[in-house]
Design a protein around this ligand. Structure first.
Ligand code: AMP
Length: 668
């Protein structure tokens, strides 16, 4: 009797890591035109990215694969893109793939014939469910050669698993996962299990992915571009062209729409088909931090501006479409409509009769109806997220509207804030305690701004948002723009703003903290290199409950060794490492140059980075993903601001140079 190894069609020889100048998208692809893309080709692409370091090489590998798919199996391109992002649909459809470890362990136990306890133990010692699956597949001999998996079949199975509900859902999921494991080769099972666990981070962020897609498209359309990859001329072209794809994605973050449009109408025509649409959340405009009123005035250089209260709640992007359906989206384009049935009901009360559709930018804030007072963010965070029944709501919210982006089938983002604000005032009616326009004053005098800042804090706000009104005052989708500056009360105490950082490692607790983590290693995010750079250790600011809930949730993200995209000094030596999964708001006394930490390395000093002194945990930022953490250039900016505060030179120059990168698109 013959024993067969798992699937070994010729996709086994696929090598997407070849230099693009030598890669032939058709001949090197090892599958034929019109065939479904073998999943092995994608798995080999992921493995190659994992093996090679450097963002440009990762983009090249991904682009080689995409280019083959564009030539041979364009219908598989959308699914390939979702697989790279570990997603099964746009964020706003709220369907996530993170299957709990219980189900995954059971499926592995049943398909390997080991006990559950053994599987758990082995995974814990390897520290990676993917590697465990790969190893156990390598040890298995199969009697029957399974049919090779395709990208399309794996994606469909993932989506089915993610959407399963109802009776015996657990055992149905286990069965489906088992059949995927059975059909997969060792390397395929590595990525299947990581994806199912929601841990498919290959170190290629969405920005790089869009660049890889653009690069592939340029070569697909004109093969001679392949020879130019890496040259300055091509880099320039790529930057310009990928902006078209990024813009389309920011206005319409839906690959099901963008990719077919790209393939049918081309990059240049994307904006004609993929634009703002009520019902599809756009990436919001963000603000740039400042260190004081003087800093604000210097940055705005005589432009007219308005000062608005900065409310401490949750961003709510509210959409009304022609069918009068209301949608509420978070800062991260998650669909929060179910969380706020009270807002959905309110919308019809506040719109003027001439309004047919709109997209409104607001902050939803917890509100005490009897005292007419704004309540802290912590109160808002106690609200249920799903299946909220209006009659059970105890935490009331008031919406504070600050911008109008779309009205009566017209996009307003290219209009100045003064015009958008006028339309906002004309199109909506305030209802006390439920829907109010953000309190604002158009000021220019330092003392008046200072007074208004203090007033905002007395009214339980975080500070002020300062926005240009007429010149250079358009709505910048997805950008942290200098047209919006934030002035928080915290700046009065030293550092201009809190930082949002990512735990990448931890130290086991001792004494009172035995059983939980006692300290953590935090990192900021460098958007240029897409690396997480260590910035401090932290052990204060946590309540006992914080420590136990954070420790429990972080245990789900343990990895055996630091990721290739972590930058840290070996002396930091944490007991455990985590896959980036959470963002924590942290306050500190000040920032200093550090021989150990790596935040912003290369920006101020070639080898030294910046670290935080006396960091204190404030809260978990549930609305942020690791890539939304404070960036390395923001850290450098904060450091320079503080240095100039200390030396008393006002800091505008230093802040201006270090912060210039912040004018770039914040997401990409
Ligand atoms: P931060 O999260 O500290 O960067 O601050 C930006 C956030 O402040 C936005 O994403 C909004 O959720 C919130 N915010 C509160 N009030 C305003 C306002 N008047 N204008 C713009 N954003 C505001």
């Amino acid at each position: 009797m013959f024993l067969f190894k798992p699937s070994t069609d010729n996709s086994d020889t696929y090598d997407p890591a070849k230099a693009t100048s030598k890669y032939n998208a058709v001949k090197d692809a090892v599958w034929k035109s019109g065939e479904k893309v073998p999943f092995l080709a994608l798995a080999k692409t992921f493995a190659a990215i994992e093996e090679h370091s450097g963002r440009l090489k990762s983009i090249e590998i991904m682009s080689n694969y995409f280019c083959s798919v564009m030539h041979l199996s364009p219908d598989d391109l959308v699914k390939s893109v979702y697989m790279c992002l570990n997603k099964v649909c746009p964020d706003y459809e709220n369907i996530e793939l993170g299957i709990g470890p219980g189900i995954l362990h059971k499926a592995l136990a049943e398909s390997t014939g080991k006990t559950l306890a053994q599987v758990k133990k082995d995974i814990a010692s390897l520290g990676d469910i993917g590697l465990y699956a790969e190893k156990s597949k390598s040890n298995q001999k199969l009697l029957v050669k399974p049919k090779p998996l395709t990208v399309s079949a794996v994606f469909d199975a993932f989506k089915t698993i993610a959407m399963m509900t109802g009776n015996q859902v657990q055992s149905k999921k286990v069965d489906k996962i088992k059949s995927l494991i059975t059909s997969s080769s060792p390397i395929e099972s590595r990525f299947i299990m990581r994806s199912l666990a929601g841990k498919m981070r290959i170190g290629l962020g969405e920005k790089s992915l869009l660049q890889a897609l653009t690069q592939a498209y340029l070569i697909f359309k004109d093969e001679s571009n392949a020879k130019l990859v890496g040259s300055d001329k091509f880099k320039e072209k790529l930057a310009k062209k990928s902006l078209l794809l990024q813009t389309a994605y920011c206005e319409c973050p839906n690959y099901d729409k963008i990719i077919p449009t790209l393939m049918e109408h081309g990059l240049e025509n994307l904006s004609k088909f993929c634009f703002l649409t009520p019902g599809i959340p756009l990436k919001p405009m963000l603000a740039h931090p400042t260190k004081g009123v003087q800093d604000v005035l210097e940055r705005l250089e005589g432009a007219k501006f308005t000062c608005e209260y900065k409310y401490d709640g949750e961003r709510a992007q509210i959409h009304l479409n022609d069918d009068k359906d209301t949608y509420i989206y978070s800062r991260n384009q998650e669909n929060n409509t179910e969380k706020y049935p009270d807002i959905v009901k309110l919308i019809h009360e506040i719109v003027s009769p001439n309004v047919t559709n709109f997209i409104l930018d607001c902050e939803a804030v917890a509100f005490d109806v009897s005292t007419k007072q704004i309540l802290p963010f912590q109160v808002l965070s106690t609200r249920k997220r799903k299946n909220v029944d209006e009659s059970e709501i105890t935490v009331r919210v008031c919406l504070f509207a600050f911008d109008l982006l779309y009205l009566n089938s017209e996009s307003l983002v290219t209009k100045d804030l003064s015009e958008r604000r006028e339309l906002l005032r004309q199109s909506f009616n305030e209802v006390e305690g439920k829907f109010m326009l953000a309190t604002s004053k158009d000021l220019s005098d330092v003392d008046a701004i200072q007074e208004f800042l203090e007033e905002s804090i007395k009214s339980k706000c975080e500070g002020l948002m300062i926005k240009t009104l007429h010149d250079d005052a358009t709505y910048e989708i997805a950008k942290r723009s200098r047209k919006w500056l934030k002035l928080k009360k915290d700046y009065l105490e030293g550092v201009g703003d809190t930082l949002d950082l990512v735990p990448i490692g931890a130290y086991l607790g001792k004494g009172k903290r035995t059983g939980v983590y006692g300290g953590f290693l935090l990192a900021c995010y460098d958007e240029e290199s897409e690396e997480f750079q260590s910035i401090c250790k932290i052990g204060t600011g946590f309540t006992d409950e914080d420590l136990s809930s954070l420790s429990a949730s972080l245990k789900e993200s343990l990895v055996a060794k630091p990721k290739s995209y972590f930058l840290f000094d070996d002396s930091l030596n944490p007991d455990v490492w985590f896959e980036p999964s959470q963002v924590w708001e942290v306050k500190c006394a000040d920032l200093s140059i550090s021989p150990v930490h790596r935040a912003g390395v290369g920006l101020l000093d070639d080898t030294k980075g910046i670290s935080l002194r006396f960091p204190r945990f404030i809260k978990l930022r549930e609305d942020k993903k690791p890539e939304d953490a404070t960036t390395a250039s923001q850290v450098v900016d904060m450091y320079r601001n503080q240095e100039s505060v200390k030396s008393g030179d006002g800091g505008a120059e230093a802040a201006g140079t270090a912060g210039s990168k912040e004018d770039e698109n914040d997401y990409y």
